[in-house]
Design a protein around this ligand. Structure first.
Ligand SMILES: CC(C)(CO)C(=O)C(=O)O
Length: 308
């Protein structure tokens, strides 16, 4: 497959690198010293056990300019959601008649922003579970054993392109699922990440530190119940034990689990607040469900959302 990755940071870089290693023709869209380092030294991915180097050459290329790439079979959208206004229109030269755009961003409505610009029939919503960070120019760190993508057609249909992407991801060693119930999948991750990104950013403490504390645990469970209520009132069919399952999932892997928004606020970078707690507040207003905890998180973090 010809693949382009819009946003070759830690998550896009990891998936792009794996797809190149398994024989796809991958172009990373990157900028500045990150781009230069990838070109000079290859993309380097440090896992818990080894350093993988994927040199630019046969299967991997990197550029700042999407118009150099031309139409691809698969474009991954992995920029932070607050970059969408610039990044999504910039993808247009890479989207042709047969291109599929797989949105792996946080949030339940990010893929719609892409669909509005790139075409309703082009964009597949998806959710990524991966613990990754950028250590330096051209160098990524992927931690822990969880690397998973769940995606689907927005209308729940079973399509040939979905099967082809599933095969490419699986051959790249990524645990992938092509799901008929993609809204449920998106909201399941959303309930987890909006809550944990919100509370860890608010407290400036990691999940491992706040999860065992009863006072935070009550807030976390209440925040998840709030999001569950908004989802159900919006017609999303979540698992009846969604909150208990999500708490158990977090507690099962606490040491390795960090919310990227927490890392962002600690480093003074912009926040995905609008796509996370802001989106809960807006969806709550639409569905007529009160969201006092997310209102508080949203209000408290708003002054930091543009970075500091
Ligand atoms: C799944 C997880 C926790 C890591 O990619 C995430 O989406 C985030 O931190 O924003």
């Amino acid at each position: 497959m010809r693949v382009a990755v819009m946003g070759a940071g830690s998550i896009g870089g990891y998936f792009g690198g794996m797809l190149a290693r398994s024989g796809n023709q991958v172009t990373l869209i990157a900028r500045g010293e990150h781009l230069q380092a990838i070109r000079d030294q290859g993309l380097r991915i440090q896992t818990d056990s080894k350093l993988l180097t994927i040199p630019c050459g046969d299967n991997l290329a990197a550029t700042a300019d999407p118009s150099e790439v031309g139409p691809v079979d698969l474009a991954l959208l992995t920029v932070k959601t607050y970059q969408n206004n610039v990044a999504i229109p910039a993808m247009l030269p890479m989207v042709g008649t047969d291109t599929t755009v797989l949105c792996l961003q946080n949030g339940v409505d990010s893929y719609q922003a892409a669909a509005e610009v790139l075409g309703e029939d082009k964009v597949l919503p998806g959710a990524a579970y991966i613990e990754a960070a950028r250590l330096g120019p051209g160098l990524l760190k992927q931690s822990g054993s969880v690397v998973r993508i769940a995606f689907g057609e927005a209308d729940g249909s079973n399509t040939e392109r979905g099967g082809a992407i599933l095969q490419a991801l699986t051959e790249a060693g990524i645990i992938a699922q092509f799901r008929p119930d993609i809204q449920q999948t998106l909201w399941t991750k959303f309930l987890f990440i909006a809550t944990m990104a919100g509370v860890t950013s608010l407290s400036r403490e990691t999940m491992a530190r706040i999860m065992p504390r009863q006072e935070w645990r009550r807030v976390i469970v209440a925040c998840m119940r709030e999001i569950e209520g908004v989802a159900r009132a919006s017609g999303i069919n979540l698992d009846p034990n969604i909150v208990e399952n999500t708490v158990a999932y977090i507690e099962g892997d606490l040491e390795d689990m960090h919310a990227s928004m927490h890392a962002d606020i600690m480093s003074g970078r912009p926040l995905e607040l609008e796509a996370l707690n802001g989106a809960v507040v807006r969806a709550g207003q639409r569905a007529g469900v009160a969201t006092p905890i997310n209102d508080l998180i949203y209000a408290a973090l708003k002054s930091f959302a543009a970075g500091s």
